[in-house]
Structures are given as C-alpha cells and as structure tokens.
Design a protein around this ligand. Structure first.
Ligand code: BES
Ligand code: MN
Ligand code: ZN
Length: 496
C-alpha cells in the first residue's frame, strides 16, 4: 500500500472515501463539522437522527469531491493508540468490503502539532495490518475478490504537521511490515517453509535491510554439540539450521541484546504424536522465531543504536524410524543431560541450546519467545501472552513495550518449587513436567540452560493465532511479538 501525506483542506479534497471518527455524544471533529455544514449537512443529519449508534461503522454518501464518509465510533476524545488502531482497522475492512482502492485519513487539527508522529504510527500500522491477507495459494479468486486498498492518503492542515506525519508513517510502515513478515512466515505451510527455505528467506532479509545472517548447517550444529536441537531434528528428512542474525555486529561499544525464537516449522509431536484435530495449526510453531527475524530486520531498517542479535534454532518435529523416543537421553550444548519423557515437548529442547549459545555474546539481556505450551493457551486464552524470567527489570521493560504496542503480557511466577515437576531419576532434567503448571515448568526447564545474563521468556501459544478476526488482526497468524520486540529494542536503544 502506498502512503501519501497531503497538505490541504477537506473542502478541496477529491476522494473515494474519508474516515470520520465519531466521539461520545455522536460528535465529530470541528474540521468535519465545518466541512459538513458547507456541503449540505448530511453527516449532521445521520448523527442527529439517532440512526447512527455507538460502535457502528457506517458509510454515508456525500455530494461533491468526497464520495463517501466512513463513520466509525472512536469513543472518548483523547488519544489512545489502541483505540486508533482498532478504529482504522474497522474502516479499512469496510473499505475493502466495498472494493475501494483508496482511503483518506485526516490528521485532526485538535491534536497538537508537536505530537503528530505517534498517532500516525498507530494509523499507518493499523491500515497496513488490516489490509493484510495471504492469497498466494488461492488460485480461483478473481480480481475483485483479491482487491485490497492500494492508496492511503493522510490529509494534514500544514507542512509542519506533514513532516511529522511523514516520519510517523515511515515508523508505522516498518512496524507493520515486520508484523506482516511474521504473519506470512507463520501462515506458510510447512512443505513450503522448510528449515532450508527459512534460511534463504532470512538471508534475503539480511541483504535487504543490511544485517548479518549466519546459517549453521546440520554438520556445524553437530560439531558444536547442540544435542538437544539435534534430538528434535533426528526424526525429520529435512535438515535443521541454526541461524544467527546480527544488527550492528561491527559496533562493539553498543549494548548487546539477544532475542531467541522457537522455530519448529511443523510440530507433529514426534513419536508422542499429537491428535489429528487442529494439528495443521502446528505449521505456525515457528512464530516466535519469525518475530525475532522480523524485529532484527526492523531494527536494522530503523538503524537503532543497539547490537541486536537474533538466534533461531529451526527444525521440524517428526515421527519416524530415526526419531528420538520417549526414554531417550540427550546431551545439550551446556553439557546437561535431558531425559525425554514426551517428544512433543520439543520447543524447550531447541531453545535450550540457543540459550546456551546466547552466552557468547555477553548480552545485557536475553529474551526468548516461543509457541511453547498448550498450558499457556489454557491459562490465558488468546488475550495475552505469558512472561516469566530471572530479571524483573527486563520483564518490566517488556511490559512497558507491550503497553505501547497493545500486545499484552501477563507475568507468571518462576518459583523454585516448580523444579520438582521436571526432576529426572536418570538424567539432570526431564523435558516434560506434565499437565499442571505447564507454563512454569517449561520456563524452569529453560532456566537450566541460560548463561550468566538477565533473562525473560515469552510464551505466545494462544496469541499466535487469531480464530475469528479482529479489526486489524485478520484470521490466521497474528504476527504477535514483532512490534513488541521492536518497541523493546527501540526503547532500549533510546534508553527510555
Ligand atoms: N507447540 C506446542 C505448544 C502449542 C500448543 C502451541 C497449542 C500452540 C498451540 C508444544 O511443542 C507442545 O506440544 N507442548 C506440549 C508440552 C507437553 C508435552 C509438556 C503441550 O503443551 O502439550
Ligand atoms: Mn510440541
Ligand atoms: Zn511445539
């Protein structure tokens, strides 16, 4: 979608459709009210008859240069990034329903000029994210069905606002495109997105935005001694990869932060095979790693002054004659032995080796993100992700970023006592703690493999998929975490 900031007045605008926010008491912006008065008062009539009700998205046909106004309920007359995102999301969906190619948003005069950047970020993020639909595999759609908005115009009153709006639009685009990459990767079927193809995509992202990408092959993974990752990959015909991404690798004086993402391109459960129902969803079991790739790419694109490292252990989890079996013992990169109780608890295994590897960077913080446990979905549903860790300051930074991007996090406890659930009688630790307290026992497992650094873990099983569709989150992979990790990195770089 093209975004175009335009200085001008509503009265002189030629447009297919303009979004008009409706505030409490069915009030509209003074600019809109003045414009409406001059053009026949259609909006005033719709709003005063009582036909328009709170919460509705309504199309009103106008005379003159602007063909349609799309009314959408905004609520209280105060800036709230998430209210903006949801409203714009609904309006973009309406425009797409109508088959429109262009939409105009108006930067309201009531908001201060100096703060024009932040609302624009939210507007542009939502517009791009609501416009997202993966259609690559739908061969029978005609052009109209495939039709999406192509142009987004942002009308501003003067050049001063315009400049800030341009900046905000740029930042919004970077965040939205990171989320879109994450969605695409998680939506791709596993017969397309093999570990090998994933590595090609990471390499091309690295070239595009100028960050370093190193891909370790199976032989190199073996040489390093990543026995936990290899144990998961063992049943698959597709070789695993371990990817190391680095933004600002050549600037040693910057703070180093490592992001680690689970990259299981398909999780059958292995020998502890999952039931058939909804198993297809497990093509998205690499969503954490996708968010990491996208966040590092976005940080590079924004040239954030931070040494941001992304670690992506990537493999399938398959049952076969060569697969790891329950009762087997694996030796992880840090030398610890793991008794495999359930081959479906594979995410923590591949993360274990990545968390050990992270130590080489002597990081100021390590954050891992993973579709790790069904227990997380049971506990929190699809409303928020779980966050746990050893360092409250890192957790608080994540919570702060999460408030900014409206990708919610809820902290769960990392009490020592949960270790009892993963005690093995034959090895250093076992990989499954059973059904109860699954989010915590998984995190306690990970904790055994971290190095001497502040660490936080995000479990996104539950929020990675949208089942019905939300204003700017269509059905399918949500891309959760990309904007959150980018915001976290940006705040860190700005020391805010
Ligand atoms: N990828 C799954 C977790 C998952 C489940 C993510 C549902 C998204 C939706 C993970 O690898 C898994 O299978 N976890 C097991 C762990 C158990 C065997 C200890 C689980 O949660 O059942
Ligand atoms: Mn699993
Ligand atoms: Zn999994």
């Amino acid at each position: 979608m093209e975004i175009n900031v335009q200085v001008g007045k509503l009265e002189e605008l030629k447009a297919e459709a303009v979004y008009c926010p409706v505030f409490e008491g069915n009030k509209i912006e003074p600019d809109f009210a003045a414009f409406d008065k001059k053009t026949g008062g259609t909006l005033a009539r719709v709003l005063s008859t009582g036909d328009y009700k709170e919460g509705q998205t309504t199309v009103v046909y106008l005379n003159g240069g602007i063909k349609r106004a799309i009314l959408d309920w905004y609520g209280k007359r105060r800036f709230d990034a998430e209210a903006v995102r949801r409203a714009i999301g609904r309006v973009v969906n309406k425009a797409n329903e109508l088959g429109l190619k262009e939409l105009t948003l108006v930067y309201p005069k009531t908001l201060p000029v100096s703060q024009a950047e932040e609302p624009t970020v939210a507007m542009v993020e939502a517009a791009l994210l609501a416009n997202y639909k993966m259609m690559e595999y739908m061969t029978t759609l005609d052009e109209r069905q495939k039709s999406r908005l192509k142009h987004l115009n942002i009308l501003v009153a003067n050049r001063a606002v315009g400049q800030r709006t341009e900046k905000g639009a740029q930042r919004g685009r970077v965040a939205a495109e990171a989320t879109i990459l994450t969605r695409d990767l998680a939506n791709y079927p596993s017969n397309y997105l093999t570990p090998t193809r994933y590595a090609e995509i990471a390499r091309s992202e690295g070239k595009k935005w100028g960050f370093k990408v190193q891909v370790l092959t199976k032989t190199e993974i073996e040489k390093l001694g990543m026995g936990a990752l290899l144990g998961v990959a063992k049943g698959s015909a597709e070789p695993p990869v371990f990817m190391i991404l680095e933004h600002n690798a050549e600037r040693p004086r910057l703070d180093t932060v490592v992001l680690v993402g689970k990259g299981v391109t398909f999780d059958t459960g292995g020998i502890s095979l999952k039931p058939a129902d909804k198993m297809d969803e497990m093509k998205g079991d690499m969503a954490g790693s996708a968010a990491v790739l996208a966040a590092v790419g976005a940080a590079a694109r924004l040239k954030l002054p931070i040494h941001l490292v992304g670690l992506m252990p990537v493999t399938e989890n398959m049952p076969s004659g060569t697969a790891t079996k329950p009762g087997d013992i694996l030796k992880a990169l840090n030398g610890k032995t793991i008794e495999i109780i359930n081959t479906d608890a594979e995410g923590r295994l591949i993360l274990a080796d990545a968390l050990t590897y992270a130590e080489r960077f002597k990081p100021k913080a390590v954050v891992d993100i993973a579709t790790l446990t069904g227990a997380c979905r049971v506990a929190l549903g699809d409303i928020c992700a779980a966050v746990l860790g050893t360092d409250q300051r890192v957790i608080d930074r994540l919570k702060k970023a999460s408030t900014q991007t409206a990708e919610r996090l809820w902290q769960m406890p990392l009490y020592d006592e949960y270790d009892q659930l993963i005690k093995s009688s034959i090895a250093d630790v076992k990989n499954s703690g059973g059904r109860y307290g699954g989010v915590m026992s998984a995190a306690r497992f990970l904790k055994k493999f971290i190095g001497d650094y502040p660490w936080a873990h995000i479990d996104i099983a539950g929020v990675d998929l949208e089942e019905k569709g939300q204003p700017y989150v269509p059905k399918g992979a949500t891309g959760f975490g990309a904007r959150l990790l980018l915001q976290f990195a940006e705040n860190w770089a700005k020391r805010s």
